[in-house]
Ligand binder design. Structure first.
Ligand SMILES: O=C(CO)COP(=O)(O)O
Length: 249
């Protein structure tokens, strides 16, 4: 069995001192432990170049938290996928619910960003997820289907992350049954849309993933890994996730 992938989303956290502390903990761990589960660190833009240099020739990959749809040009304050590729970024989180809600990012925009990322040889990690109200009213599958259909390009080469909004940063994790149901639902949709390729796409879960619940989450059928927020900033806890992932061989 393939080891699950662990993607750490630092969100808007990580001044240099904190970033260095986390990275040195990861590197010390990698010195002692071989054959790690695939692990991606997604710091804020300001730390990407710096951390990228430290992660070069280590088992850890570099990820970003957003990119612009254009390759370059008059887009003040933005960062393109080509720029990310230029400094060694391999993954980019797109359509995170925090961006969908704060910047009203639409499925169509996320779709364009995913295409831009793919064109720059970066794997998009496209996030989808329902609100508490949508979950409680039973509409969640329609919402997720619409997000999938709208946010994924016609030729998709990337990962999908299911992050129920009500589970993000709340300490409330979706139950194993809830996760399993949605992961299978996403798999069905991906296979219907992309055929053989849809069978291979990694599907992740995110939302209050912690050392004490990750083992059960990893055991979910068809799950390819986890997208982790808060815990990715706590080296001892984050490294526990890696240790647990290593057992899934
Ligand atoms: O949003 C998340 C990762 O992208 C999840 O955040 P938490 O792990 O802090 O709930």
């Amino acid at each position: 069995m393939v080891k699950p992938i662990i993607i750490g989303n630092w969100k808007m956290n990580g001044l240099t001192q904190e970033a260095d502390h986390i990275v040195s903990s990861l590197l010390a761990y990698a010195e002692k432990n071989k054959d790690l589960a695939p692990t991606v660190i997604c710091p804020p833009f300001t730390q990407l170049y710096h951390i990228g240099k430290h992660l070069k020739n280590t088992p850890f990959e570099l990820g970003a938290q957003d990119c612009h749809v254009a390759e370059k040009g008059a887009y003040t304050g933005n960062i393109s996928a080509a720029m990310l590729n230029d400094i060694g970024v391999k993954y980019v989180i797109l359509g995170h619910s925090e961006r969908r809600s704060e910047y009203k990012e639409s499925n169509a925009l996320i779709n364009q960003k995913a295409t831009a990322a793919q064109n720059a040889n970066i794997l998009p990690v496209v996030c989808i997820g329902e609100t508490k109200e949508e979950r409680e009213s039973g509409q969640y599958k329609e919402v997720l289907a619409e997000q999938l259909k709208g946010s994924l390009p016609e030729h998709f080469v990337g990962l999908v992350a299911y992050e129920p909004i009500w589970a993000i940063g709340t300490g409330v994790t979706a139950t194993n049954e809830e996760i399993a149901e949605v992961i299978l639902f996403i798999r069905e949709k991906l296979v219907a849309q992309y055929g053989e390729n849809g069978k291979k796409t990694l599907i992740l879960y995110g939302g209050s993933v912690k050392p004490n619940n990750v083992k059960d989450i990893f055991a979910t059928s068809e799950l390819g890994g986890v997208l982790v927020g808060g815990v990715s900033l706590i080296p001892e806890d984050f490294l526990q996730l890696l240790t647990i992932a290593q057992d899934f061989t």
